[in-house]
Write a protein that binds this ligand. Sequence first.
Ligand code: 5GP
Ligand code: MN
Length: 302
Amino acid sequence: MSHLRPDGDAIGSQLALGLALEEMGKTVYYWNVDGLPESMEFLPYSDKISLPPEVAPLIDVAVALDTATKVRLGEANIAACAQAKLWVNIDHHMSNPRYGDMNYVDATSPATGQIIYEIIQALQMPLPDGTRDAIYVAVSTDTGSFQYDSTTAKTYRMAADLMDRGLKIGQINAKTYDNHPYRRVELLRTLLNTLELSAAGKVASWEMLDATRVSLQLQPDDSEGLIDMIRAIRGVQVAVFFEELPDGKIRVSMRSKDRSVDVCKIATIFGGGGHYLAAGIRMAGPIAAAKELVLAEIAKAI
Ligand code: 5GP
Ligand code: MN
């Protein structure tokens, strides 16, 4: 399992570990409460990702991947794993409270996908081609294409090893980054019309109303990564994306340019979490009130 609204690291980690375990003869189910995002359909064997079933099969071990808190797995996943004898929690979020029976939380790792790679190496597990591609996409998407500070020499050595194992680098990057639906660019146009600077130009924010989701027929992952565009503005320290969800709650996505502002700490004030440079919150609306509260805390931190 991985977290709701799964990203590349969530789906990639599920496939990477699951396919290796299947190669060892294990029976593996791949559950996500939001299913497989369209942007990850290109990954080999991604059709194995399904919603958790209402009547769950007997399982021995429940593995949570890339999921900072147990609730972010979603209720249906937790219910489907109620009979599991052992919970394993593998993650790289520093805010992870270690909710498993066994926990492997490495906040120095840039992606859960890299932890999976290290586990596979350490335990001399098989590394089939599907696992190879999934690890690459997991780590590439969580590091902003191997750009963030969290990227280490180990990360590049891992990527080199994946290439030695036959990874088609140009092809997989094109499938990951040059394959967006048109509606995503229409969303970008809408977001740009709401762009605002605050805190003397150190904070850039934009917002999306639920009506935009409806009119552009957006999928949850269509906005993935767009925030990087406003984080890239010269002089901007923190970028924030406010999104009105169908249930009226507000999803806040934050990015910091460097460690001088810890957005995870700000997220934690509102019950969210994440990493120093990338964090998120789900909070009460309306959107204007959420904006005021969060922007005030960011201005204070700056
Ligand atoms: P994103 O902004 O891409 O949705 O999330 C950035 C990071 O913050 C991710 O690592 C994600 O796990 C974490 N995150 C996002 N939303 C939430 C939330 O509502 N609660 C917690 N605990 N973490 C979140
Ligand atoms: Mn991750």
